[in-house]
Design a protein around this ligand. Sequence first.
Ligand code: SAM
Length: 286
Amino acid sequence: MNPLPNDAWFTEVFDSHASAFSLKVSEKLLDVQSPYQHLEVYATETYGNLMVLDGCVMLTDRDNFLYHEMIAHPALFTHQDPKRVVIIGGGDCGTLKEVLRHPGVEHVTQIDIDEEVTKAAERFFPSLVESNDDPRAELLFADGVKWVDDAPGESIDVLIIDSTDPVGPAEGLFKTDFLKRCHRILKNGGVMVQQSESPLYHSGSIIRELRHDMREAGFNSVATLPFPQPVYPSGWWSVTLAGKETDVNHFREDAAADHDMPLQYYTRDAHRGALVLPPFMRNALA
Ligand code: SAM
C-alpha cells in the first residue's frame, strides 16, 4: 500500500527512561486519525504486522500471545466459575479470543472506545478476530468508564481492563474512583485484572500505586504477575489481579493444567512462577 525505503525503522522512544525499541518495517498499511487516537499499522520484516496507537506499540503478530494469554487466563483460572466476563478496551480482540476459549464462560462484553481499532484488527490481524462471531461475544464501542458507571451492581464475575497506557482516553481507567466502581459491579468472588505496565520501569510508581488504589477501592487481595513482552518498554510487562472476597494468590491449578486450549505461553507452572515476585519487585511494592 505504502512501501517504505529499504532502511525504514519504526521506533518508539521511552523518554522517561531514556530508551527505545525499534522494528524494521517494509510498508505502512494504515494511517488513521480517529476521534480518540492516531492509529498506524506497519508490515515489519520479522514480527509480522505491527499496530501503533499515538506512537506507542500496541501489538505485533509475533508476540501478542504473551500479553493476551497473561491478561486473560490467570484471571479466569483464579475465579472459581467465571460465566460473565467484561473487557474494557481490548479493541484488537486478542483478549476476547482468549476468554472465549473457556467453555464455562457464558457471555463476554467488550467495550472499546474506538471502533477504528477493531476495524484495523479485522483487516490486518485476522487471527485475533477469529472468535468474534461466537454467539457469547458482544462488542460495544463506548467509553469504558461510563459503561462501568451504568452497569448494575454485583453483575460480573471477571472484569478485564485491557487498556492503553494511563494517558489520553485511558487515563480515567487508572483512577481510584474507577476502581471503586469496578468493585461495585463485580459479584462476591469476582476478579478484576488490569494491565499494569513494566515491572522494571514502574514497580515503584504505577504498579505500587495501582495495588494501593485497588485495596483502597475495597479489593481484599492483589497479585501482580510479570511476564516477558519484547515489544513493550523494557521488554517486560505485568498484569495486576484484584479479588473481591477472594484470594487472587491462589488459582484452580488442576483446571489450569488440564484443558485442551492451544496456548503458547500460559501454563499452570508459568502462573505459579509469575506469582513469585523477584526480590526487587517485592521491595519496590512493599
Ligand atoms: N496494551 C494492550 C495491547 O497492546 O494488547 C492494549 C490493547 S488495546 C488496543 C487498548 C485499547 O484501549 C485501545 O483499543 C483503546 O481504544 C482502548 N481504550 C482506551 N481508553 C479507553 C476507554 N476509556 N474506554 C474503552 N476503551 C479504551
